[in-house]
Design a protein. Sequence first.
Lengths: 690, 304, 229
Amino acid sequence: MRDADLTSKDVARLAATTDLMEREWAPCRYGCPVHADVRGYLEAIAEGRWREAIDIIRDRLPFASVCGRICHHPCEANCRRTDVDQPVAIREVKRFVAELQAPGGSTVRKAAVQDKARVAIVGAGPSGLSAALELAKRGYRPTVFEKFPVAGGIPATAIPKYRLPRDVLRIDTDWILAHGVELRTGVEIGKDKSLDDLRQEGFAAIILATGLSTSRLLPMPGADHPRVLPALRFLTDVVFGRKVDIGQDVLVIGGGNVAVDAARTALRLGAPRVRMMFLESLDEMPAYKWEQDEALEEGITFTPRRGPTEVLVTGGRIVGVKARAVTRVFDENKRFDPRYDDADVITMDCDTVILAIGQAADMGFLRGGSLKTDARGRVPWTPATQQTNLPWVFAAGEIVTPPGSVVEACASGRRVAEAVDLFLSGREIGLDDTLPPHIDKITAGVGEKVVKAPREAVAAEPPEQRKTSFTPVDRNLTAEAAAREARRCMSCGAGAEVIVDKCAACLTCLRVCPFEIPKVTDVARIDSVLCQSCGICIAECPANAIIARGWNPKSLPARAGATLAALPAGGKTLAYMGGYRATPADWRGERKAVPGVAEVYLPSVARLSVMDLLAPFERGAERVLVVACPDGADRYPRTAQRLRRRVEQARQLLAEAGLGADRLQLLQVADQGRPAIREALAAAQQVAIS
Amino acid sequence: MTEAVSNLQKALAAGRFVVTGEIGPPKGTNIGPVIHEAEHYLKGRVVAVNVTDIQTAVMRAGSLVGCKLLVDHGIEPVFQMVTRDRNRLALQSDLLSAWILGIRNVLALTGDHVAMGDHPEAKPVYDLDSVGLLMAMGKLESGTDLGHDFKGNPNRLDGAPTFFKGCCVTPCAEEVEPQIIKLEKKAAAGAQFVQTQAVYDPATFEKFMQRIGHIKIPVLVGIVVLKSAGMAKYMNRSVPGVQVPEAIIKELTAAPKDGLKKVSAEIAARLVREMKPMCQGAHLMTLGWDDLVPDIIAQAGLAS
Amino acid sequence: MIVAERKPLDQILQALAPFRRILVLGCGSCVTVCLAGGEKQADELAAQLRLAARQKGLDLTVEVDCITRQCDREFARNLKADPSTYDAVLSIACGVGVGFMSELFPQVPVLPGLNTTFYGANVASGVWAEYCHGCGDCVLAWTGGICPIARCSKSLINGTCGGTNKDKCEVSKDMDCGWLLIYNRLKTLGRLDELKKLRAPRDWRKDRGAGVRRLTHQELVKLEEEAKA
């Protein structure tokens, strides 16, 4: 629920009212492991500000392009639009802008000087490279050691190319390296050098980021057959173009994402039949739902609730796998503790088995060094400081955290960099992990009033075609589609808030809100959880007592003035453009202008106040036009009528002042496409004025 | 009951069906014509003649001077007083003046709002309403007034008047109960006779008279002479509580141009005849067509 | 609540004619609620004045400020600048504010930007109706809560006159007949007996009949004097 009321004093203390959005996070941002400003970059994309968008993303997420392809998008899972129609396709929109702005389209914020200590990072995966980036930005000199010939970790070595094209990965790794990160590939710590050697070489701190690079094996009869393939090795071999020995009838053991990757890869290598068998029920199957769906579309079948007991080999060839029924996988405390029914055993025919039952760490990097594993064979680790039991050796990523995704690895890497920075500065490693509260769910009352808009569909290759090659399964959104999708964002938390000491409880906000959100007792209060940021109350409040958290209502006159100043001298017109249905090209100014007309694009013109309509006349405009949607087509319900009233009011004030009402016109053509809008703007220029 | 102070009072007390007329002073000083009309058409035919008081908020010569001139010409006036224009000091003062000038019948009215007239910028007074004016008259009659001396005691008049006090009512108002309640209050405040707003529908009037049976003061039904169909329609549209039936409008429409006055008189006379059994008199408002009064009286069978 | 509306611009411009540098001063109370004189309206008026001045070739500088109320002296402390540094102050508070600010800042002309009209209730969005006359002697106990002084055009006290026309006042078909409202309300409440009571002529002394009015809480005045002593 809401915390303290906002006063004028509070507002005066803020650098900008956008700081208020730090008090309470939108659930997308809260749910994102790196807490990217999702609302911020969606807004930028909605308005065609590609560079700004990718910079906002990369401010928190180094692996923007990779995540645009493969992230499991907890942001979308938390998106409040789910309760209105469908969640915003945040990952697809991110993918669009990340790949559009590559290479060179993202700002590189290199430290002016990198003269602080050298830090060694073992493993050039997402956590290691994220740590390296953060340290380089803070002026350290990170060197990343990677045993493989390429940087990127699992995304580089195991994730199939139909999910993640490698040029997409390079966008991210190149950008990271451009910040002053040294990469040494083909160097295996524990073989070519030990950890102690690194210390000798002058690295003041070491970060272990080796991840989980081997597959867990299942000891059972027949498991040593050469066609029983550990999944990661199989995938890596395919990635590096090495020959793999698979047959015609592949059985993948396991139900996670790696298992699905292995199955779909086997299919693409030409295996006529590929099946997956796993302990879990279909509901419990751990692979991402969309991965499951795509696999099924491609003809892979699932056999749930079965556990292998023996690989049947006849005449030196695998002929099948014996599998017993599983009665349960998890115990009452949701811990992995499978139970079986040994009386119910079947044989799954196959000639190849791929084991994808989980990944494990390769501890080889410890060889020759003084760091030892703990009693359970793991790297000793303190989560709060991310230190091992050697204070200068830290760890991040899946080597120490539970198995996770790329974005979670990035979060771990950034955190360890902060810990290393504190350590190397001689300070106590006290990391503040507290988060602001997050905005709650949208209520049904408000949700049903939000104008519905369907989620942009992503064009996918048909299964029959795509399963024969490693080309990507689906296509990027177009710029128009990405902008449209980004505009479905409800800007949760960016809406109105009342400055209570200015509020006269006049009830105007309560009466004009299309979503019936304000509550008025002694003063008006607007629930930030529900506000849709239409801006009408702000425009109409007679006491100027309402601020917008997501934008500055006072900035429009200056913006109008600047746009007008850029026009050549003579009969200038300022046109406020309702940008909800405009293309990104329109927003970016990549459009055929109408001579004498300065166009200012807004997410919605419902927020225009009478002052906004009058101000351009004091800043060089001879005319002001408002291009809005017609009634019923507006972005927020019933706002067209309110805007009309304000335009009428401003026209009257202009008439009274002797300028003539016709200097201000409302053109309800925003939904008719650019040619029609141009025509309307040109025609409006012809209307006689005094 | 005290002795009657006017012929009107006497006639009503005697149970005769009385007829009163009405004249309006000029918007200027040329009062001669209207007095002449009264002399010519009303004297000896009607028992008393009302003189209107700045009627419909259009500035005119006063009712007081009109009444005085009627007295001088041997015609008994009814002094109409509206409370719109004068406060209680002026009203009480005018009442004393009226009595000194020989005027006895007084009709206490609220008066149309200034917005209706030709001086809409004027400040409406309404210090008293019609009930208050009746109460004021009662005070004067009892030798005092509405004020007090500096010690807070009631004032004592040097010479007290006696009036025959009248009021008005709108029998055909859409909401008639408030009219009846107010009439009860006017009677309680001292009203001794009633002249009504124009009535054109005897059936409605009959119902009304039944409902005020408990208010035991004589009622003179008001008849406004209809000068044309247009005037009738205007009254229907704009004058509250007055409803001219369609049939009468048709009559007026059908009347030939030079025969209009005759039809007008006929209608008025017929209405008087029809409503005579229901009330104690008729108040004829001729709006300048005083020449019709003899005909109306004759046709109504009221030649006195 | 006090209801007021913006004066026509040409009237304001006429009053401002002798002045060059003016302050438009808004009020955060009643006039904000009736959308006539709040901070937003102050901004709009200032913009309008500047545009009109430019149109007419007048030399006019307009600044804006707004305080919580213009009828209590303490709020004047919150003014951004000393009003007497302006040639004139255009107050868009109600008449009380204009007058009081005039008193607080006697060296600078304080001009009214609004016409203050009546005490009103917000009967519908955008509509305010006169509900109280400020007569000083409230009789709403026997009129079913409807004020005969404010809502009867003639301020009668004994019931309807004869002018009620289709439930409306004779003055205008958009004006309800106040006494008919009272009659209906008393009927609903079962209190028509109140309507039947004779009401004696009203004592107008409390309604400016005894001159300019003042309300004093003697104990508070005494406390102030003691505090100063």
